[in-house]
Design a binder for this molecule. Structure first.
Ligand code: UD2
Length: 310
């Protein structure tokens, strides 16, 4: 069939139009846009959000939470030589962590004189609370549950709305904001997010109260961060500490101390929000393609040098 010369321009226009339409459809569906991630799971089977870059609008979410004038308690333990990590932790938190919110840091240490003086932004305060040292790092790490519980009872419940409990040997590298707020918040451990749950290092001995059978478990959560409403974190720390003590009375210590108890607790009490490993990375781990932003990451440390025992 031959087109007459005055039909040709219309056919060309039609072809160009079809190509433009196809291009639009392709970019709308396959390009990366805010609030759209197809390469990661962004909701749990119990319908809690899993927070990844690209699944939330930071401006919109801040506009919801900022007018509430919330106070966020942040606990951090710096016992023994771990006091050396405080400066970087606090300085980077002032740049990236809950910026624009009231933040109360509670620094627990046996070396109050070594707590660095860091310039804090408006609405942010730091309290130093003296705690005993120990010659066992396992005890320092696990007793955080007990000490957080008693400090919530004594003061935090009157001073804050939300609480985050964080490891000190870490730095913030990018926004950690109101998208992380929720009733009960946990973070997926960066070492296990690509593994199946039979590979998770849960406590596997039935004699421990942290026991999780091989066929159970949702995620492997990192002990370096948990948070939520003050009342919910209070119950979490109380239950975990009681179970830790019950184990001690039975001469057993869970594989990863309080982290094992945290994982058992969160299996029974599902978090209302789960943070992706963007919120708990490790400097020694190479960035993977799903992780678009590293927000908080553990520094490389010489365990034999910083811990009181190995
Ligand atoms: C993992 C967990 C950690 C904890 C621990 C339990 C991650 C990334 N980290 O880290 O949260 O569950 O396993 O075995 O999930 N601390 C002191 N002084 C010490 C020792 C520890 O202050 O001498 C505090 C400090 O705040 C530190 C935290 O306890 O950040 C955890 O200790 P760690 O960092 O040595 O534990 P690690 O790296 O095995």
């Amino acid at each position: 069939m031959r087109f007459s010369s005055n039909v040709k321009p219309y056919v060309l226009l039609l072809i160009v139009g079809i190509f433009l339409l196809l291009g639009y459809v392709y970019f709308s569906f396959f390009s990366e846009r805010p609030n759209r991630r197809t390469d990661v799971v962004s909701v749990t089977p119990w319908l809690a959000p899993i927070v990844w870059e690209g699944t939330f609008d930071p401006v919109l979410i801040d506009n919801i939470y900022k007018p509430m004038n919330l106070t966020i308690a942040t606990t951090v333990f710096a016992v023994g030589k771990y006091v050396r990590f405080l400066q970087d932790f606090l300085e980077t938190a002032e740049k990236h962590f809950m910026v624009g919110f009231n933040v109360h840091y509670y620094v627990f240490t046996d070396r109050p004189d070594d707590v660095p003086s860091v310039n804090l932004n408006q609405g942010r305060h730091l309290r130093v609370i003296q705690v005993p040292g120990s010659n066992r790092w396992q005890e320092i790490s696990a007793r955080r549950m007990e000490i957080i519980q008693t400090t919530i009872e004594r003061q935090i419940r009157r001073e804050a709305d939300y609480i985050f409990c964080l490891d000190v040997d870490s730095k913030f590298h990018a926004r950690w904001g109101s998208e992380s707020l929720g009733r009960l918040v946990a973070v997926i451990h960066p070492g296990y997010y690509e593994q199946t749950h039979d590979r998770f290092p849960y406590e596997r001995r039935p004699a421990s109260t942290a026991y999780i059978p091989m066929d159970e478990g949702d995620y492997y959560y990192g002990g370096a961060m948990f948070g939520g409403y003050v009342a919910d974190v209070y119950t979490l720390t109380k239950v975990c500490w009681n179970r830790f003590e019950e184990d001690t009375r039975n001469y057993i210590q869970a594989a990863w101390q309080e982290e094992s108890h945290l994982n058992r607790y969160l299996l029974d009490n599902k978090p209302s929000k789960v943070l992706s490993p963007e919120y708990l990375w490790q400097d020694l781990k190479a960035k993977t393609k799903e992780v678009k932003v590293i927000r908080f990451s553990g520094v490389i440390k010489n365990y034999a040098e910083v811990r009181p025992n190995v």
